[in-house]
Unconditional design. Structure first.
Length: 409
């Protein structure tokens, strides 16, 4: 029965590319007409069939982690790109659509991230090892979408361009008080202090990130300009001239969007500007992958614009600009994946093979979601007044690569 369910799922789903699948009984089935993505795989035991039939996303991910789903040449990215592309184009069977509808309807329950749960969720992902992230990311440890503003950029150049673009939207001047919500390892905060003369407060829920960010500020001689705190954004009380939040909204959870933007409203000075950088869903709202929720980002949720707009409006914030970054996160993730694979000798001295396959599946799945699915990055520039920023985007492109402090010298 389970084999028949999976067979029906794949026959209706795969309308582009081709999957050749060998079953545990030794038989082989082929799905799809062929094309630029052709992948061969093998299911090694009967137990995986029931898991995939009942919960395809979770079953496929766990099967790959455990080695019960084996791919020819270990082409994890090719397999997931084929799946994601056809997920949005093929015809899914009724039981799959019903389960998906139920998960969408209950997505708010799955992301009820109170203060205690938010802390646990962040620590699950970010407190595994700074050494792992240091080998995967750029030198500044930017763990969010880079901005490939011209062809041929390195990851380091594209991450620097991302920070410059964000700083330009914030219209930062020396001495301004800036809040960095979800500051990571401190790269954005340190850049705004060093290159733009800002006084920055960064907040995080990760012990590892806090320790690294503070050490970096001390080593750079910026401890007087930058303060890093281990606290939830909901506990803050100060007012700031500027607020920046990069790659943090994805951890907030659907039920907290109104709280999040209300806090931005309360913490932002009357003439202030905020820039919210988040992964976004270009299609209708959907639920988080159960595999990503269990193994990578518990409590995480990718918002659609239709879910953000009501929360922003309710918070009485003016949306002064919205920019959609397409085609930037795929190359970012590809660079991270290549660096992870290049560091496998080191990784295997610290982690077992199941972790290696889990992390590879995570990076491939996210890259495929941006390259083949309806995912992008949203930039929301927000203010109390629509007149807080210039009326055209010209100010972003006059000399965006030159920080204000350097331009004044």
């Amino acid at each position: 029965m389970w084999k028949a369910m999976i067979d029906r799922l794949l026959r209706g789903m795969i309308v582009e590319g081709r999957l050749s699948l060998r079953w545990p009984d030794g038989s082989t089935s082929t799905y799809g007409p062929g094309g630029d993505i052709e992948v061969a795989g093998r299911l090694t035991d009967e137990s995986i069939l029931r898991q995939i039939a009942l919960r395809p996303q979770l079953g496929i991910g766990e099967g790959y982690m455990d080695g019960r789903l084996q791919l020819e040449n270990d082409d994890c990215y090719g397999f997931l790109a084929l799946m994601v592309r056809n997920l949005h184009r093929g015809a899914m069977p009724p039981w799959f659509r019903a389960a998906d509808t139920l998960r969408i309807a209950t997505r708010a329950l799955a992301t009820r991230n109170g203060i205690a749960r938010s802390s646990r969720n962040v620590q699950h992902h970010y407190d595994i090892s700074d050494d792992l992230y240091a080998r995967m990311l750029d030198a500044d440890m930017q763990y969010s979408c880079a901005y490939f503003s011209r062809p041929g950029m390195t990851l380091e150049e594209a991450q620097a361009a991302k920070k410059a673009h964000i700083a330009g939207k914030l219209l930062i001047e020396p001495g301004m008080r800036v809040l960095d919500i979800g500051c990571g390892w401190g790269g954005m905060a340190l850049t705004l202090a060093r290159d733009y003369g800002a006084q920055v407060t960064g907040v995080t829920l990760s012990q590892n990130q806090l320790a690294t960010a503070r050490a970096r500020a001390e080593a750079a001689g910026l401890s007087e300009q930058v303060t890093f705190r281990l606290t939830d954004y909901r506990k803050l009380e100060d007012r700031f001239d500027r607020i920046v939040s990069v790659g943090m909204l994805e951890h907030v959870g659907l039920p907290q969007f109104s709280t999040y933007f209300s806090r931005v409203h309360e913490l932002l000075a009357p003439d202030g500007v905020a820039l919210i950088h988040t992964i976004g869903n270009l299609a209708r709202p959907h639920a988080t992958s159960p595999w990503l929720d269990r193994y990578i980002f518990p409590g995480g949720y990718i918002p659609a614009q239709s879910e953000l707009a009501p929360a922003i409006e309710a918070a009485r914030l003016s949306t002064t600009d919205v920019e959609i970054w397409r085609g930037h996160y795929g190359p970012t993730l590809r660079a991270w994946r290549n660096r992870f694979e290049a560091a496998l000798d080191w990784v295997r001295t610290r982690y077992d093979e199941r972790f290696v396959r889990m992390w590879r599946f995570y990076l491939c799945a996210c890259e495929a979601a941006f390259e083949e699915g309806p995912q992008a990055v949203f930039h929301y520039q927000l203010a109390h007044s629509q007149h807080a920023v210039p009326v055209t985007r010209d100010y972003l492109y006059r000399d965006n690569a030159t920080p204000l402090l350097h331009a004044a010298q």
